[in-house]
Design a protein around this ligand. Structure first.
Ligand code: BG6
Length: 281
């Protein structure tokens, strides 16, 4: 297994940014901690497994090139279980922001699952109260390929039943808890009170999620990520997950920005760019 302590990177430098940091595990480029003013924003299960083989239960795993189950490979693709490269170590920019860039390209391992040449770049920028995620998918090959992509963000919450999500109103959603039945969201503010697994299609460019962390609001802005997945396993499903505590479901909510309802078709020599900004408000 991988010694996960050695692949963690903490971004913390001048006093200005003390208490503002994030930690990335290079296996899977999963962000496992994001602290704003010393307060953790992300949920990671106490039972999460850090062996470099299994996806980490919490934080922000990187889902690519497949969202959901996959006939030819692991659920949610291989990016969240593959060793990434640290392309550019954490560096302070003239603006005061801190930037780090991770990359992943095709290898024998990825080719064995999905036979395409690709290059992913994942640029993370830490700013006071903000974390920016910039994703690039490049096709260096001679043939087009298609993929789905998603940032699987787990937010910490005092009680998921009190979370409210804006920006879903009027969107069509695929309810994975009801064999993919399709509905339309009519609520101005969505709340959840049971097992929830929904793909909201073509949502607003911005969500505000209320009552996360210690009751704060989180703004999620997204670009080129048209869909939003909302997931909480609730009590019964939680019991079936070996890397998730039976009593942890009230303390998390997944609000996941992605391009998943329809795949991206990427012609040779072109790049797909998308981004997400999280901001504590
Ligand atoms: C969500 C999916 O994004 O991720 C759910 O919509 C899935 O269907 C959940 O159960 C967790 O997936 P995994 O592979 O990390 O257990």
């Amino acid at each position: 297994g991988v010694d996960h302590d050695r692949v963690k990177i903490k971004l913390q430098s001048s006093h200005m940014f003390r208490g503002y940091e994030f930690t990335v595990i290079i296996t899977g480029a999963t962000i496992v901690s994001w602290r704003v003013n010393n307060q953790e924003q992300l949920f990671v299960s106490k039972q999460a497994i850090f062996d470099g083989k299994k996806a980490i239960r919490g934080g922000v795993p990187f889902v690519f090139p497949q969202f959901g189950s996959w006939a030819i490979g692991p659920q949610h693709g291989f990016a969240r279980i593959t060793q990434w490269a640290l392309e550019k170590p954490p560096e302070r920019l003239p603006s005061g922001d801190v930037e780090a860039i991770f990359s992943l390209q095709d290898s024998d391992f990825t080719r064995g699952i999905w036979n395409h040449a690709f290059r992913l770049s994942y640029r993370l920028i830490l700013r006071e109260k903000e974390l920016h995620f910039n994703v690039g998918v490049y096709n260096p090959g001679a043939e087009a390929f298609s993929f789905t992509i998603l940032l699987h963000t787990y937010f910490k919450a005092p009680d998921v039943r009190r979370c409210q999500i804006t920006g879903l109103t009027g969107s069509t959603f695929i309810d994975k808890t009801q064999e993919g039945a399709v509905f339309r969201e009519s609520r101005d503010v969505a709340t959840i009170s049971e097992y929830t697994d929904r793909i909201y299609c073509n949502t607003a460019g911005e969500h505000v999620i209320c009552n996360v962390v210690s009751g704060r609001k989180m703004r999620m802005q997204k670009y080129n990520l048209p869909d939003t997945v909302v997931w909480n396993p609730w009590a019964e499903k939680a019991k079936g997950m070996s890397d998730f505590g039976d009593d942890e479901f009230p303390n998390m909510i997944c609000v996941e920005a992605g391009h998943v309802a329809s795949p991206v078709l990427l012609p040779p020599g072109t790049v797909f760019e998308a981004s997400q900004i999280l901001q504590v408000i």
